[in-house]
Design a binder for this molecule. Structure first.
Ligand SMILES: Nc1ncnc2c1ncn2[C@@H]1O[C@H](COP(=O)(O)OP(=O)(O)OP(=O)(O)O)[C@@H](O)[C@H]1O
Length: 492
């Protein structure tokens, strides 16, 4: 059994034992120190100091120039190390004692849950703990608020990793609290549309965030009711506005909840279905159209598709997948699932794209969810839904979509195939007025389209919960400031 005791007295702790124990328990730290020592002896400590100085300067410049990539490759590891030793470990004994998480054995020795490791993402830290024998996860659950307060964090939640081991997940900041999120301006020109960068909102680092229909291909959007799926989908359509207008993109929209979400944009759509039966017809037609294009291109020996009026980007939008795959006739569900899987696997190279939304990312509703290269999880009802939506193990890597508060619609975690870390992002709010602006623009025949009236006077057209009616001038954007996050988060 591992020794989790504190105040055990010195009876067993001879210096030799303590040194051996330290060596065995901290192989990485000991290995690093040894390597530094040997290198120093070999090349000289003066040279090493200069090399270290250069490395620090390079690291600082990297962080200043491109914080997200610095964070992905180095920052999170350095931060996890720093926090493990100088935040969590340093205060752990006092905090565990204060929260009543210590216990004692029959010899009267105090026992302390052992801090095993720390993982860090931009917003969350996960502190892995081995519980003392006799403790249960519920003992920690009861004091989560006290733990969060003790570490000056916004909130803390708990996960059981395996018998005896738990993860205390601590949210240390919420960038979208202070980030003013203006709705990206709707492009007016075909040339202004870049399929690989369709602006939608901001990411947790305060950078502009855009959807990518070239590399990201198909999108699965999962979110509980009211989580803000609408802003994501309408935001995408706004970013494509000039292409919709000129026919470079054709919209096939399936809104089987009676057209509640997309009814307002019916005029924009090439095909629109509002129930499961007509939805199936629409999906069949979509597949037939792209099959025909595929064959056509094959006959002509063309391997590269480029959007044109004859061969536009064909975007299939499905608002509630469950209505087509779960809460419908078995025959409809079976055929729809087959057709959608085909659409997801065969039309990338011929201009077919799919965006599907669901409240429940379970296997019965989205059996083909692995075929969506990009997955987005807005606020979800269950912790187990997160991995269902984003992929196995992504919650463990910090995508706590079930912890997104319901007063933050539009906030989501995005996971792209090929990228290990999920990214926390927020879509700007697309109000009914913004949709009206899109419809007017994309359906007007002449080229001169006036700005939507509300925007002329500099007021935000959206009654956006975010802005509280503030000016929509982009100069007002408030970027996330790095205001000494570590200090802020340090134990009180
Ligand atoms: N990006 C956003 N920023 C701020 N508020 C938002 C955002 N998106 C949505 N909201 C707010 O949340 C409400 C619910 O959003 P929305 O209807 O898009 O949710 P939904 O996920 O589509 O829900 P449902 O599945 O029930 O249709 C909106 O009426 C709006 O007030």
């Amino acid at each position: 059994m591992r020794d989790t005791r504190v105040n055990t007295g010195d009876t067993e702790r001879t210096p030799a034992r303590m040194v051996l124990r330290f060596l065995a328990r901290h192989p990485r730290s000991v290995g690093t120190l040894t390597a530094v020592g040997i290198t120093g002896a070999y090349v000289g400590f003066h040279t090493m100091l200069i090399a270290a100085g250069v490395a620090v300067a390079a690291g600082v410049s990297w962080r200043l120039l491109d914080r997200p990539t610095f964070d992905r490759f180095a920052g999170r590891l350095l931060r996890a190390w720093w926090r493990r030793w100088f935040v969590y470990h340093r205060k752990w004994a006092d905090i565990a004692f204060g929260c009543g998480l210590t216990s004692s054995n029959r010899h009267g020795h105090s026992l302390l849950p052992k801090l095993l490791s720390v993982r860090s993402t931009f917003c969350w830290d996960s502190v892995r703990l081995r519980m003392v024998r006799g403790q249960a996860a519920e003992d920690f659950e009861q004091v989560l608020d006290r733990l969060a307060n003790a570490y000056n964090a916004r909130r803390a939640t708990l996960r059981t990793i395996k018998p005896g081991v738990i993860s205390l997940d601590i949210q240390k900041r919420e960038p979208f609290d202070t980030l003013f999120l203006p709705l990206p301006e709707m492009p007016r020109d075909e040339a202004a549309v870049d399929l690989a960068r369709l602006p939608l909102g901001r990411d947790e680092y305060g950078r502009d965030f855009a959807l990518d229909l070239v590399g990201g291909i198909h999108y699965l959007i999962a979110g509980a009711t009211g989580a803000g799926k609408g802003s994501w989908m309408w935001g995408l359509l706004r970013a494509l506005a000039p292409w919709i207008r000129s026919g470079l993109v054709r919209l096939w929209v399936l809104d089987p909840k009676g057209g509640m979400e997309f009814g307002q944009g019916a005029e924009l759509f090439h095909r629109f279905a509002t129930d499961d039966t007509s939805g199936l017809d629409l999906t069949r037609e979509y597949v037939d159209a792209l099959d025909a294009r595929k064959e056509d291109m094959g006959r002509q020996g063309r391997r590269n598709w480029a959007p044109s009026a004859e061969q536009p980007l064909d975007l299939l939008l499905v608002d509630e997948l469950a209505a087509m795959s779960e809460y419908t006739d078995r025959d409809i569900s079976r055929e729809f699932t087959k057709l959608l899987s085909k659409a997801l696997t065969q039309y990338r190279a011929v201009g077919g794209r799919v965006v599907g939304a669901t409240q429940e990312p379970i296997k019965e509703v989205v059996p083909m969810r692995g075929l969506f290269p990009t997955k987005i999880a807005l606020r979800l009802e269950e912790a187990s839904y997160v991995d269902m939506a984003l992929g196995e193990g992504v919650r463990e890597r910090g995508a706590f979509a079930d912890q997104i508060p319901d007063y933050m619609p539009g906030v989501a975690y995005l996971k792209q195939d090929g990228k290990r870390e999920p990214l926390r992002v927020r879509a700007a709010y697309t109000s009914d007025d913004d949709i009206t602006e899109l419809v007017r623009f994309a359906t007007s025949a002449d080229a001169t389209v006036l700005d939507f009236p509300n925007r002329d006077d500099g007021t935000d057209s959206a009654d956006s919960p975010d802005t509280g009616g503030e000016s929509s001038e982009t100069d007002d954007i408030e970027y996330i400031e790095d205001d000494g996050e570590d200090d802020d988060f340090d134990a009180a």
